[in-house]
Design a binder for this molecule. Sequence first.
Ligand SMILES: NC(=O)c1ccc[n+]([C@@H]2O[C@H](COP(=O)([O-])OP(=O)(O)OC[C@H]3O[C@@H](n4cnc5c(N)ncnc54)[C@H](OP(=O)(O)O)[C@@H]3O)[C@@H](O)[C@H]2O)c1
Length: 331
Amino acid sequence: MTETFTAMVIDAVDGKPKGSFQELSISSLPDYDVLVEIAYSTLNYKDGLAVSGKGRIARRMPMVGGIDIAGTVVESRSPDWQPGDKIIVNGWGLSETEWGGYGRYQRVKPEWLIRLPDAFSLQQAMAIGTAGYTAALCVDALEKWGTMRPGHGEVLVTGAAGGVGSVAIALLAALGHTVTASTGRPETHDYLAALGASGFIDRTALSEKGGPLQKERWIGGVDSVGSTTLVNALAQTVRGGAIAACGLAGGADLPGTVLPHILRSVALIGVDSVGAPIVQRLSAWARLARDLDTAKLDSMTTVEPMSNLPQLSEDILAGRIRGRIVIDVAR
Ligand SMILES: NC(=O)c1ccc[n+]([C@@H]2O[C@H](COP(=O)([O-])OP(=O)(O)OC[C@H]3O[C@@H](n4cnc5c(N)ncnc54)[C@H](OP(=O)(O)O)[C@@H]3O)[C@@H](O)[C@H]2O)c1
């Protein structure tokens, strides 16, 4: 075990947060019960905000970035985890209030860990990462709402070519749904069709202000865009349908009316992956292990060295990333 390693650390530069590579030692890590040797982390939209300093993600500094971890337990003071166990951590405040996955080692709380499902390698688990696990939480939430039945209409996925969108399409298609992908990148249509999308709408069709109640079209949806896009999705949802909303790639506002909710019983289901209780996490990962085609997962995945994080962070904020980026923390 090497005593020092390189990590992506968010620190204050001229009073503003900014990521840079720094050398850390294992003895400098938080005094939590499980030491993990990290194999891979991921790049999510939130990581882009944190590393670039364009969003105030880190609430204390210095902060090790990276909201996801996949690796192997090296030391454990918890009876629940043994050296050699392969584990995943998603969220729990990593990169916000707790040191995260952009480094070779991290100490974490035992209750944050999930055992790596047999269906996935460590690399595939990070190809899923927070974005994919959130997509699974969204599909779980729509199923729990209970009105969306395969073969009974179209399901909308916005931000389709992004991380959440890509995995949501693959999961919904695996359930037999007719999935319509909203994207601003027509060049991704073949990619999205291979994941399971059968229809496309340009994202500008949803991002312009529309009426409070529009023609009913969606039996359900997964939205990672927010703002006017989410408002239009709700206004176009059939009576009794639901949209699971998890993101704000298009804005954090919600400039709509209550009419879809009070006149059509449409539900807006909020999904938060960071603080989701363990029972929801296990359900989401079980769904991924059961329904996510690993060939499709591999087709949406690019592995990048950690040294490329500064540029990749700019790319994800500019909407230039397709699918999922796995970060190899050893390079
Ligand atoms: N609630 C949670 O726990 C949770 C968890 C994970 C992610 N999120 C949020 O979900 C969102 C997506 O995350 P991600 O990791 O999938 O990010 P991503 O890979 O960057 O995907 C976002 C996608 O949104 C679309 N988009 C980007 N800018 C847009 C704009 N101005 N207007 C309309 N669409 C736009 C793009 O899709 P097209 O190119 O296909 O148009 C882009 O690929 C982010 O806001 C993230 O913070 C929330």
